[in-house]
Design a binder for this molecule. Structure first.
Ligand code: DAH
Length: 344
């Protein structure tokens, strides 16, 4: 029995080496230390030994029992630690994963161009004047030298309201009258303003025309302002917008509120004047209308045209953005398609 006891002990030690989880530990415990475990059964047989052998056997069996019990405790703790480590690892944050990017809003392409244009004119000493979107017919047309039935009114199809004299402005030019009356102090003060804003026209919407679009109007009034001032100022603006070497040309044109009137072309910056589809093989892109303020308009603004003169200009930021980015359809601007807007 002594030998049997020792071999059970050795077997128990050996088996413990393979115990890796709580389940196997449980099985090991009932195999050796449980109620019907091998060691328990051995201990119960102590009485069958001759009396002189009992004490020695009992002592040894209890030593083994204690050894196995503490081995059991030790392994139990080791398994608990291993499981804890594993669950920590499973729930751990993988710091090498790429982060989730925040969806960022962006400025509308028109806003970007508008701000760029405004910045350039501000640097050149022009104040921003915000005129109104809902305008009097008189200001939008009549005071700009377009009396009722003037044929030039047909150039701009108008949104009317239920009030006979109130319309949506078709261009920012009417703001010239308001700026002159407000800043001119009865025609005694010079002014330099730009008037950015939304304009509205009753148009068939197509790739080239929308019912709403921005304009940036400009107006300079002073004593002795001449056409060379206009040309120099516009050329400087174009160079600041398109680059130092931008070439600019002025073509004679007609607007009722300026005399003489011109349209301004900048050399096509896509093909550098060689001719491409954007400039329709001409090498030039039209970027604005301008001219010397018509004496009638000066007068309507409160200035004496014999003493005062000035120049005005008007440009479309959407058109400028389209040319710059090769956008072929103006409807993209108000279509709210993120695939378009996110490109800016
Ligand atoms: N108001 C004109 C338009 O909508 C643009 C324009 C042309 C404005 C000449 C001006 C100007 O101030 O001088 O087409």
């Amino acid at each position: 029995m002594q030998d049997q006891l020792e071999s059970i002990y050795q077997q128990a030690l050996h088996d413990m080496e393979g115990v890796r989880d709580a389940e196997a530990l449980q099985a090991w415990e009932s195999q050796y230390l449980g109620r019907k475990g091998q060691l328990t059964l051995m201990l119960r047989q102590t009485g069958q030994l001759p009396p002189e052998a009992r004490a020695g056997f009992g002592k040894r069996a209890n030593e083994i029992k204690e050894a196995l019990q503490s081995l059991h405790l030790e392994r139990e703790e080791a398994i608990r630690q291993a499981e804890l480590a594993r669950s920590l690892e499973e729930g751990a944050i993988d710091v090498t994963l790429p982060g989730r990017t925040q969806a960022m809003g962006g400025l509308h392409p028109s806003t970007r161009t508008l701000r760029r244009i405004q910045q350039i004119w501000a640097d050149m000493g022009f104040q921003v004047y915000r005129s109104r979107d809902v305008e009097l017919d008189e200001v939008n047309f009549t005071l700009l030298n377009m009396p009722p039935h003037h044929p030039a009114r047909d150039m701009q199809d108008t949104f009317y309201t239920t009030q006979p004299d109130i319309i949506l402005r078709t261009h920012t030019s009417g703001g010239q009258i308001r700026a002159m009356r407000e800043f001119g102090e009865d025609g005694t003060q010079p002014i330099r303003v730009i008037l950015p804003g939304m304009c509205y026209r009753y148009e068939q919407i197509s790739t080239r025309s929308e019912i709403q679009f921005h304009q940036v109007e400009g107006l300079a009034i002073g004593k002795g302002i001449r056409m060379s001032d206009l040309k120099g100022t516009i050329t400087e603006f174009a160079r600041r917008l398109y680059g130092e070497h931008a070439d600019v040309r002025f073509r004679a044109s007609y607007f009722p509120f300026t005399e003489p009137s011109m349209e301004v072309d900048v050399q096509c910056f896509l093909c550098e004047g060689h001719g491409c589809s954007v400039c329709k093989r001409t090498g030039w892109l039209e970027i604005m209308g301008c001219g010397m303020v018509h004496p009638v308009v000066l007068q309507n603004g409160g200035y004496d045209p014999n003493e005062w003169s000035g120049f005005a200009f008007g440009m479309g930021p959407e058109r400028i953005t389209m040319l710059k980015n090769g956008i072929e359809d103006i409807r993209y601007f108000w279509g709210n398609d993120l695939r378009i807007l996110e490109q800016f």
